[in-house]
Design a protein around this ligand. Structure first.
Ligand code: SIN
Length: 286
């Protein structure tokens, strides 16, 4: 069992994130797990270095954070471990083995549902030689650095979120999927406050993204879209962003209540990226 005194927790960047060295995520005692979870909530992204969790071990580790949930589309679920989704550009027998372009725009996972997932947990399995970075923007600092007048303007506003790229003025359908995909996986709009409060830390964060926020309730688009554009520019400020360059054995997790993330792509076959992804249920944002 990894004991709390065996591990080191260090900042990943000045803006967010910590890395943990010396832990075995498959065998954390309860005190160590609690210490990591606290550091995680405070820093929004946590990387445990040098892990090689099997899919069942990743599921067991993820369940320590809460019940697991699935992506809206089952296309890339692992067959014998359906709680795990495969992210990969690898092609076997002419077929993609995983989702090659998940998260290619700033977003917070499953924000288009009524109770979006709290945490996303990724185990790196194959790290490409070039590309494949993941960037995170700190939505707590993004909120805190708004002007007082903007904070007052956002107070009480409700964002409209939708999964379908066809309903989003800032998105185009992905070339590899035809429009029937978005028609098949077309949940109703989800409504969430543009500023949400973290259930554990009490901190406020912006909750919006170009990938899923398509409007603002009770506000005409002539006002809502420019306001969203201004906020999307703000969350893209490099001063808020940490870009993760994956290493072999990284087990990385983020708190969807506190960060947006984006997969930066750029991996070209025969170079292969493979990641196993699990997600933990969250609460209705408030
Ligand atoms: C995601 O958005 O869930 C995937 C992120 C990544 O592949 O880097």
């Amino acid at each position: 069992m990894t004991q709390t005194e065996d591990i080191a927790i260090r900042p990943l960047s000045p803006v967010l994130g910590v890395e943990v060295v010396g832990a075995d995520a498959s065998r954390l005692d309860n005190a160590t797990f609690e210490r990591l979870r606290d550091a995680f909530h405070r820093s929004c992204v946590l990387v445990v270095r040098d892990q090689s969790l099997t899919p069942p071990q990743q599921v067991a580790f993820s369940r320590r954070f809460g019940e697991l949930e699935h992506h809206i589309s089952p296309l890339y679920q692992m067959k014998d471990e359906p709680d795990v989704m495969i992210l990969s550009n690898e092609v076997v027998d002419g077929k993609l083995v995983g989702n090659p372009d998940a998260g290619s725009d700033w977003h917070s996972d499953q924000a288009y549902t009524d109770e979006p997932c709290a945490y996303t947990i990724l185990q790196s399995v194959r790290v490409p030689k070039a590309g494949g970075d993941t960037a995170f923007t700190n939505m707590v600092t993004a909120y805190e650095t708004l002007s007082d007048s903007m904070k007052a303007r956002l107070d009480g506003l409700i964002g409209i979120h939708n999964f379908s790229r066809l309903k989003n003025p800032r998105m185009k359908p992905l070339d590899r999927l035809d429009t029937s995909y978005y028609e098949k996986y077309s949940p109703p709009d989800a409504l969430h406050p543009l500023v949400r409060t973290h259930p554990h830390t009490g901190r406020k964060a912006l909750y919006l993204s170009p990938r899923s926020t398509i409007g603002i309730r009770d506000m005409d688009d002539s006002q809502a879209q420019p306001l969203l554009d201004e906020l999307f520019d703000h969350i893209d400020d490099p001063a808020l962003v940490y870009t993760h360059k994956w290493r072999e054995g990284d087990l990385l997790m983020w708190d969807n209540r506190s960060v947006n993330h984006i997969a930066l792509g750029g991996v070209k076959l025969p170079d292969v990226r493979r990641i196993h992804r699990t997600t933990v249920v969250g609460e209705r944002p408030f």
